[in-house]
Design a protein around this ligand. Structure first.
Ligand SMILES: O=C(CO)[C@H](O)[C@H](O)COP(=O)(O)O
Length: 229
């Protein structure tokens, strides 16, 4: 079985009756949503909020009950299960490879628990090999990219296969940045979000509670974040 599928199915064991569940985005979160769909068909009673239009459409097609975000209290999501592009030893993450980082971060920051599903390729010692997605508004995007360049981000505007700017579910662009090894993810996250024109960035610091990793040998490993201090 695909390691991503294995991780997804294992993580869904954390979903309990009555929960409000955040549905992630990407090829690993796909398996989470598929498995939640199976559980709902088998009688699991949950409601869910998606992190992208893609995940919303999949969830709807499977009959997973969705509720509008505006109908839930701040911080009211019980559990969100989502993928990641990189996860370091402290479970700090790079996300946004699929372009859904803004909605993913809003949902994650309103979740009591964030569980990451991944295959082993996502585990890294230090963040930074995967280009860091930064969501920027189209207005003045070249100026904003100049600011990202000035702080060493070497930004590249994400393009579609037709060479048009990739547009997020929120109508924004993505600048994929190469900062090299990211020693201080918390500081970089703040610095980026102070740049006018930047909406959000794909660094998720101190948010994930655990990571469920599907491995090629058929095993699944679970690692929890060590709380420091
Ligand atoms: O952050 C994301 C989308 O914005 C995804 O969770 C991340 O890109 C991982 O995707 P995949 O599971 O397909 O490797």
């Amino acid at each position: 079985m695909d390691p991503k599928r294995r991780a997804g199915e294992e993580a869904v064991k954390l979903v309990e009756d009555g929960m409000l569940v955040g549905l992630g985005t990407g090829s690993t979160a796909y398996w989470v949503i598929m498995e939640i769909g199976n559980c709902v068909k088998a009688g699991l009673n949950i409601t869910a909020v998606p992190t992208s239009i893609r995940s919303e459409e999949l969830a709807r097609s499977l009959g997973i009950p969705l509720i509008p975000l505006d109908d839930i209290p701040t911080g009211g999501i019980d559990l969100t299960i989502d993928g990641a592009d990189e996860a370091d030893g402290d479970l700090n993450l790079i996300k946004g490879g699929g372009g859904a980082l803004l909605r993913e971060k809003i949902i994650a920051s309103n979740s009591k628990r964030l569980v990451i599903v991944a295959d082993a390729s996502k585990e890294v010692k230090t963040l930074g090999q995967f280009p860091l997605p930064v969501e920027i508004v189209p207005f003045g995007f070249k100026l904003t990219m100049g600011r990202l360049e000035a702080i060493g981000g070497h930004p590249a505007l994400r393009l579609t296969e037709g060479d048009e700017p990739f547009v997020t579910d929120n109508g924004n662009y993505i600048a994929d940045c190469r900062f090299g090894v990211i020693e201080d993810a918390a500081a970089l996250e703040k610095t980026l979000n102070l740049i006018p024109g930047v909406v959000e960035n794909g660094l998720f610091v101190g948010m994930a509670e655990r990571i469920v990793v599907g491995r090629e040998d058929g095993n699944v490993s679970v690692r929890e974040r060590v709380r420091r201090g």
